[in-house]
Design a protein around this ligand. Sequence first.
Ligand code: ACO
Ligand code: V55
Length: 279
Amino acid sequence: MVTKKEYTCVLVETDDEGITWITFNRPEKRNAMNPTLLVEMEQITYELETDDDTKVIVITGAGNSWSAGMDLRQYFRETDKDPVARFRGMTAHRRWAELLTWSRKPTIAMVNGYCYGGAFISLAACDIVVAADNATFGLSEVNWGIIPGGNVSKVFGDMVSFRNALFYAMTGRTIDGRKAVEMGIATLSVPAEKLREETVTVARELIAKSPMVLAYTKQAIRAVRGMDMDQAYEYLGAKSMALRAADPEQTRARGMREFLDEKKFRPGLEPVKRPSEEK
Ligand code: ACO
Ligand code: V55
């Protein structure tokens, strides 16, 4: 593990497989997000985008929490009379989420515990969410007399059904890791003691693929969400041609050659012994 730079509220380490672990690191405050944390996250995510050692980004939390959402003291109450500080925090949060959303690197949220309110902004921006079965998700805003702000009402409503969006925002009821998968908030949920291992397994799968193909794939899936059918056909046609030009590994040509001509590559399928290979 290499720690690249020291931060106040975040830990950043890159391991020798190319996984960069970003850890919310205010465990004594359950990793509540204050303006400093948000500014650090924006800077970290910006820098990792051009860091060749980082193949996959994993975001997790120190202690029993992923993140307990916005820091009610430092983000809300203390900035009520300091609009400049509020603006800086809010803008860093928004830019951080945009950088995550459109990052060319695959991003995984490894949710080890509480994930409340404003934590859904960065959660939703990650490509994959691996949650502990006993993780706890919730929109607690209603209990604080506020609406799910930032883009929380938007991204939550995009992940879950309309009925669930209304119900969980209005009651503030919590959701465990398994239920989060059923609802579309998390991708998979695993026993807490397997969380890291299962996350690394997913990360390795991604690391084995062409980085350029992965970048184009996630961008394609994300970009078409805001398009109508005709735009999607046109965009995906253009994006396909762009990838053929951009991929330095020429993964497409190689894959076809290895499958069609050399007959040594069967992606995603169990390796088969072909009659010609049997002695
Ligand atoms: N903002 C500020 N401080 C917080 C927050 C928060 N969101 N969450 C926890 N803390 C602080 C507590 O005030 C406490 O500080 P102290 O030690 O100085 O008294 C410390 O973290 C530990 O909190 P506990 O409640 O003792 O920890 P516990 O593990 O028992 O419970 C839990 C954790 C469930 C996360 C609880 O702290 C909680 O409910 N926090 C509020 C979560 C929330 O509603 N977040 C959404 C805010 S609204 C929004 O994001 C838009
Ligand atoms: C929230 C609210 C915000 C914000 C980020 O509800 C998250 C969560 C009102 O401002 O900037």
